[in-house]
Design a protein around this ligand. Structure first.
Ligand code: MSP
Length: 647
């Protein structure tokens, strides 16, 4: 009979916008959620893990329009990309919600109606500034720029003026209840604590009522009984946490899991989750989520990784070279969940080689190889347990309870630190007891069996505790130990050091974590950088007006140098008439840097800057691409001044 689950655990990720293809930042949140979800299952809870996509609103409408396709076509395409990445990353979500699903749309309209009937939604006129990139109404104290627009303090983009009829949500009425909510501490509503303080002081400054519909945006859920208005995308999106767990379509599911134990989000969207969302729920008389956890950002070149900044890392390249678990391990080990982390390839490769290939990988290899070699793959009669053996076993009990405490507290990096410190002790235990020397003495056979048995027990235990973070590798270690069961069917409460059974036949070990050479990896990555930018450059037909928007000019190369650590990149300084710019181009296979100085060529001067290999490229040169991927630049032979317009 199935054991009855002790408790339930409902965890969510943000639902991701479909204007952007998934990158390491999205993967990070989803991997944390997956690890916590797997851990809670292993700890005996009944778990529901929700993720999905946010498909309505002006940002998606605009993005689809720019691509010349319908918003739903864009959404369908990007959803495929998200789902396939989640599959590659072993993400075991229970439901993938799309906000364009009928049952979500019905649920949102229902909630809108409910709040309106209660008097918390009323009609008015909104006059102010709106940032499309954040889908956010700017607060009035953001200063006005000379040109009559405002700069969004969150993303730095221009926010336009809006004046429209709309419906407001009576947010101001919930200020006191929200402040009260921030006082609870078991668990705190917002974590980590620094973020709680930030939110508390925001709310203390005073809350204004929030516009929750748009009359100028068509791509959204329409307001019940007022089809000229569409529901504001954040009201729509936040409600996914209710509609994704059966609200309005599966009462039993909803009643089993609501309210959420943790909304896991990036710190960029904390205000929506820690202020607006609980206020909507209070208005609807719903029990409130237990915790909103705002994690830090992955930065590249010291700024938040995001597509618009051109500094995103495509997880696929890393997955190809290292496999899923290495990426999962790195992201969860490197930083505590609340802090920012800078993604460097050197740091990543160092961690993989040292922690995975050396510490854990070698422990697996040598333990299994010795059991196969000295005992023909099956350990026989064990010698008695001596003090070193007892200490290794007892330390495992301590490890297990500490690791569980850390996972329960969402401190995954601390859990991993503890596990690695134990791996260090097992390696030391083997080094100190020198099984390879004992093997030379037939009278020590039982002692040898005991030592290798202890190491195998430790490995079985370690891999069980690692399973939430590295499910595939952990299972592989179980399989190699001859275990026939699946870790996911186990319960941590029952896990004991001595669960490893001697009668099992050890399989021939294959390296689980390959060592990777930094130079080889960078070559791969560079190749893919260039392929991605080529793909993004593939365009459909454009109008003459669109063509005219390009600022094509003659540029003179002032200096050129190779970008160290790359095979193709040259950094150039060019004169474009009224200013100097720096650019990075993949032309090293065709040109020597010193031959380029003084040459004149065509550049696009008004292209959004991109960061290539950590260097900002502030313009792009035009070149013809040969089939082998090398570039040939058309240079001017006649005398023409730098800055001359090209049309
Ligand atoms: N659609 C909204 C969320 C609605 S939830 C009701 C949205 N989508 S998003 O596609 O922009 O995703 C934002 C989330 O992606 C962040 O909150 C974070 O979880 C993750 N990340 C995106 N870039 C990130 C980093 N560079 N680093 C870490 N996580 C980041 O906002």
């Amino acid at each position: 009979m199935d054991e009855k689950p002790k408790q339930t655990f409902y965890i969510t990720t943000p639902i991701y916008y479909v204007n952007d293809v998934p990158h390491i930042g999205h993967a990070y949140t989803t991997i944390i959620a997956d690890a916590l979800s797997r851990y809670n299952k292993l700890a005996g809870k009944k778990v529901f893990f929700l993720t999905g996509t946010d498909e309505h609103g002006q940002k998606i409408e605009k993005s689809a329009q720019e691509k010349g396709i319908k918003p739903i076509e864009l959404a369908d395409k990007v959803v495929k990309r998200f789902k396939s990445l989640w599959e590659e990353l072993d993400i075991s979500y229970d439901y993938f919600i799309r906000t364009t699903e009928k049952r979500h749309e019905n649920g949102v309209q229902d909630l809108f109606r409910k709040l309106k009937e209660k008097g918390d939604i009323y009609k008015g006129v909104y006059e102010g500034y709106y940032c499309v990139s954040c889908e956010n109404f700017l607060s009035e104290d953001v200063p006005l720029e000379k040109e009559g627009h405002k700069i969004c303090p969150d993303c730095g983009k221009e926010a336009g003026k809006v004046s429209e009829d709309c419906y407001f949500f009576r947010l101001s009425a919930y200020q006191d209840r929200l402040l009260e909510l921030y006082e609870k501490d078991d668990p705190p509503f917002v974590r980590p604590e620094s973020r709680l303080n930030e939110i508390r002081s925001f709310v203390k400054k005073g809350l204004k009522d929030l516009s929750i519909t748009r009359s100028t945006v068509k791509w959204g859920i329409s307001v019940p009984d007022d089809p000229d208005q569409s529901i504001y995308v954040w009201f729509d999106a936040l409600n996914n946490y209710l509609t994704g767990i059966g609200y309005g379509w599966d009462k039993e599911l909803y009643q089993t899991f609501w309210p959420p134990d943790i909304h896991l989000i990036g710190k960029d969207i904390l205000r929506f989750h820690a202020v607006y969302w609980p206020a909507f729920l209070m208005a609807g008389d719903f029990p409130l989520p237990k915790t909103v956890y705002g994690h830090g950002w992955w930065l590249k070149d010291k700024t938040k990784m995001s597509k618009s900044r051109g500094n995103v890392l495509d997880p696929n390249i890393i997955l190809k070279s290292f496999g899923t678990d290495a990426l999962r391990y790195f992201l969860l080990r490197e930083i505590p969940i609340g802090m920012d982390g800078n993604f460097s390839h050197e740091g990543f490769i160092h961690r993989c080689n040292s922690d995975l290939a050396n510490d854990l990988g070698n422990l697996v290899q040598r333990t299994l190889i010795m059991i196969r070699k000295y005992f023909n793959a099956k350990i026989d009669t064990l010698g008695e347990e001596k003090s070193d053996d007892i200490s290794l076993r007892k330390r495992f009990d301590v490890l297990k309870s500490r690791v569980m405490e850390h996972y329960d507290n969402y401190s995954i990096n601390r859990a991993l630190e503890e596990i690695w410190s134990y791996i260090g002790s097992v390696n030391k235990y083997l080094a100190d007891s020198e099984p390879w020397s004992l093997a030379k003495d037939e009278t020590q056979k039982k002692r040898l069996a005991r030592i290798l048995y202890q190491a195998a027990c430790a490995l079985r235990g370690i891999s069980t505790l690692l399973y939430p973070v590295m499910p595939e590798s952990a299972q592989k270690i179980w399989d190699l130990l001859g275990e026939e069961k699946k870790i996911e069917d186990e319960k941590l409460d029952n896990l004991k050091f001595e669960d490893y059974e001697v009668s099992r036949e050890i399989k021939n070990p294959e390296p689980i974590f390959p060592r990777v050479d930094l130079k080889d990896f960078l070559k791969e990555e560079e190749k893919s950088d260039i392929e991605t930018s080529k793909k993004e450059g593939e365009m459909s037909q454009i109008s003459f007006n669109e063509f005219k928007k390009m600022d094509l000019r003659v540029a003179e190369i002032l200096s050129a140098e190779k970008v160290e650590g790359t095979r193709k990149l040259i950094k150039l300084e060019v004169d474009i008439g009224d200013e100097k710019r720096q650019m990075v181009a993949g032309i090293l296979e065709t040109y020597e840097p010193e031959d380029l100085v003084g040459k004149k060529l065509v550049v696009i001067a008004n292209l959004e800057p991109a960061t290539i290999h950590g260097i900002e490229s502030q313009a792009m040169l035009l070149a013809a691409m040969k089939d082998d991927g090398t570039a040939v630049i058309p240079f001017f032979t006649e005398d023409i001044p730098a800055g001359a317009k090209v049309q």
